[in-house]
Design a protein around this ligand. Structure first.
Ligand code: NAG
Ligand code: NAG
Ligand code: NAG
Ligand code: NAG
Ligand code: NAG
Ligand code: NAG
Ligand code: NAG
Ligand code: NAG
Ligand code: NAG
Ligand code: NAG
Ligand code: NAG
Ligand code: NAG
Length: 344
C-alpha cells in the first residue's frame, strides 16, 4: 500500500527542489530551444535569468508570467499535481543567448541552472605528415596524427586506408581502433587530436591514409592523404642461366660463353653486383665470353640497397648468393666423369 502510494505520488513526492531542464545543451545558432522549469507546490514567485540578467518571471498566486523581450523568448505555464511548469522558449538562439540560465524561487536559495552552448561545426582536420611516407614492413610507427579545428560538440576523428582506390570510399578500411584521441577544451569549443599507432604490412604499399572529422554537422576529410610506401629488404638473389634456375654450382665447357642473370627484389630495387675471383661488376647479367679453366671459382651475386624510412636514419642492407663455377676442358681428367652434369 505504501509502495503503491509512492508510485502514484511519484511526481508530488519528488525532492521539490526547483529544476530547470532542456533536451540538448549544445544547440545550433538560429534554432529554437525549449526549457522547462518545474517549481514545487507553494505560492511561489519565480525568476529566470540569463547570466544574471532577468529574462522571465512567474507569479504563481496571480498566474502571471512574462518575458522581458518578446522577440527573443516566449513563455507559457501549466500546473500539474500542484507542480508549476514554466515553459521558456528561446525563439532563435544567438551567441548572446548562450550562457547559464537560472530558474530561482525569489527569496530562497532554491534554484536550478542549465548552461546552453551554441554548436560550432568543425571545419577542417589537418593530417601530419602531409606527403608520402616510407615505412618498414612490420615496424610500428606513431608518426601519423590528425588535429581538428575547434568545434562543439567535441569533434570525432576517424581513420581510413583507401585500398588503392582514391576517391572511392566504399572499399576503404576503417582503422580508427588503432588510434587514440586527446581533447583540448577552450571557451570556444574543443579541439581533437588523434594519434595513430600503425604497424604496416606489405599490403599497405600504395595505399593512401586519411582521416575524417565530424561533430554532427557533416563530415570533413583530412586536407592531405599521404601515400604509404613500404620499404622491403633485397630478397635472397636467385641465379638463372638461359632462363633455368641454377642452384649452388654450375659446370661450363671452356671456350664457351657463360651468361648468368642474378635476380633480387626489394623496394627500392636492389643494386646487383657480381664478384668473381678476378673481378667484380655492378650488373645483374654477367657475361663471360670464351671462358677459360682459370675462370673456375666461387662466384658471388650480391644484392644491396639503401632503405630510407621517413623520420629515421637510412641504412644499407645486402644479401648474397654463392655459385661454385667450374670450367672444364673437353680433355680434362675430370671431364668424362662430369659428362652427365653438362647442361650445355
Ligand atoms: C496545492 O498546494 C497548495 C499549497 O500547498 C494546497 O493548499 C493545495 O491543496 C494543493 N492542491 C492540490 C490539488 O494538491
Ligand atoms: C536574476 O536577476 C535579477 C534581476 O537582474 C536579480 O535580482 C537576481 O538576483 C538574479 N538571480 C540570479 C540567480 O542570478
Ligand atoms: C530582443 O531580442 C531581439 C532578438 O534576439 C534582439 O534583436 C533585441 O536587441 C532584443 N532587445 C533588447 C531590448 O534586448
Ligand atoms: C524549494 O522550494 C519549495 C517550495 O517553496 C520548498 O517546498 C522546498 O523545500 C525548497 N527546497 C529547498 C532546498 O529550499
Ligand atoms: C612482426 O614483428 C613481430 C615482432 O616485432 C613478430 O612477432 C611477427 O612475427 C612479425 N610479423 C611478420 C609478418 O613479419
Ligand atoms: C590546448 O590548447 C592551448 C591553447 O590553444 C594550447 O596552448 C595547448 O598547447 C593545447 N594543448 C594540447 C595538448 O594540444
Ligand atoms: C567520416 O565520418 C563520418 C562520421 O563520423 C562517417 O559516418 C563516415 O563514414 C566517414 N566517411 C568516410 C568517407 O569514411
Ligand atoms: C637450392 O638448394 C638448396 C639445397 O640443395 C635448397 O635448400 C634450396 O631450396 C634450393 N633453392 C632453390 C631456389 O631451388
Ligand atoms: C687465364 O689464363 C689466360 C691465359 O691462358 C690469361 O690471359 C687470363 O688473364 C687468365 N685469366 C685469369 C682470370 O686468370
Ligand atoms: C651497394 O654497395 C656498394 C658498396 O659495395 C655501394 O657503393 C653502393 O652505393 C650500394 N648501393 C646501394 C643501392 O645501396
Ligand atoms: C653487407 O652486409 C653486411 C652485414 O649484413 C655488412 O657487414 C657488409 O659491410 C655489407 N657489405 C656491403 C658491401 O654493403
Ligand atoms: C678451346 O680452344 C683451344 C684453343 O683454340 C683448344 O685447344 C681447345 O681444345 C678448346 N677446347 C674445347 C673444349 O673445345
Amino acid at each position: 500500500m505504501v509502495l503503491l502510494m509512492l508510485l502514484i505520488g511519484s511526481d508530488t513526492s519528488y525532492s521539490c527542489d526547483v529544476s530547470l531542464t532542456t533536451e540538448r545543451t549544445t544547440v545550433e545558432l538560429g534554432s529554437r530551444v525549449a526549457m522547462t522549469c518545474k517549481v514545487c507546490p507553494g505560492n511561489s514567485i519565480v525568476k529566470i535569468n540569463l547570466t544574471g540578467m532577468q529574462i522571465a518571471d512567474y507569479w504563481k498566486p496571480l498566474n502571471f508570467y512574462s518575458v522581458t523581450n518578446t522577440s527573443a523568448y516566449s513563455i507559457s505555464t501549466d500546473i500539474l499535481n500542484n507542480i508549476s511548469h514554466i515553459y521558456l522558449t528561446v525563439l532563435s538562439l544567438t551567441k548572446d543567448q548562450a550562457g547559464t540560465y537560472t530558474c530561482q524561487i525569489v527569496g530562497t536559495q532554491n534554484q536550478s541552472s542549465v548552461t546552453l552552448l551554441y554548436a560550432v561545426p568543425v571545419n577542417y582536420v589537418e593530417m601530419i605528415p602531409r606527403d608520402k611516407v616510407s615505412l618498414l614492413n612490420n615496424v610500428t610507427t606513431n608518426m601519423f596524427s590528425c588535429t581538428s579545428s575547434t568545434g562543439r560538440p567535441t569533434p570525432v576523428i576517424r581513420w581510413y586506408t583507401d585500398n588503392k582506390t582514391p576517391g572511392y570510399y566504399a572499399d576503404d578500411s576503417d582503422i580508427t581502433t588503432l588510434a587514440s584521441s586527446i581533447t583540448n577544451s577552450s571557451a570556444s569549443g574543443d579541439t581533437t587530436t588523434s594519434h595513430l599507432t600503425f604497424t604496416p604490412s606489405t599490403d599497405d604499399h600504395g595505399q593512401m591514409l586519411y582521416c575524417n572529422v565530424s561533430n554532427g554537422y557533416g563530415q570533413i576529410m583530412s586536407n592531405t592523404t599521404p601515400l604509404i610506401e613500404i620499404l622491403r629488404l633485397p630478397s635472397k638473389p636467385v641465379i638463372f642461366h638461359n632462363a633455368n634456375l641454377v642452384n649452388g654450382s654450375i659446370t661450363v665447357m671452356e671456350n664457351k660463353t657463360l651468361s648468368l642473370n642474378c635476380v633480387s627484389e626489394g623496394n627500392p630495387n636492389p643494386t646487383i653486383t657480381w664478384i668473381t675471383p678476378s673481378f667484380s661488376r655492378s650488373t645483374p647479367v654477367l657475361t663471360i665470353t670464351n671462358i677459360q679453366t682459370n675462370d673456375t671459382g666461387m662466384y658471388t651475386c650480391r644484392a644491396n640497397s639503401t632503405l630510407s624510412p621517413t623520420n629515421s636514419i637510412p641504412f644499407e642492407n645486402n644479401i648474397t648468393t654463392l655459385l661454385s663455377t667450374e670450367v672444364i676442358s673437353f680433355f680434362s681428367s675430370t671431364a668424362s666423369s662430369r659428362m652427365q652434369d653438362w647442361k650445355f
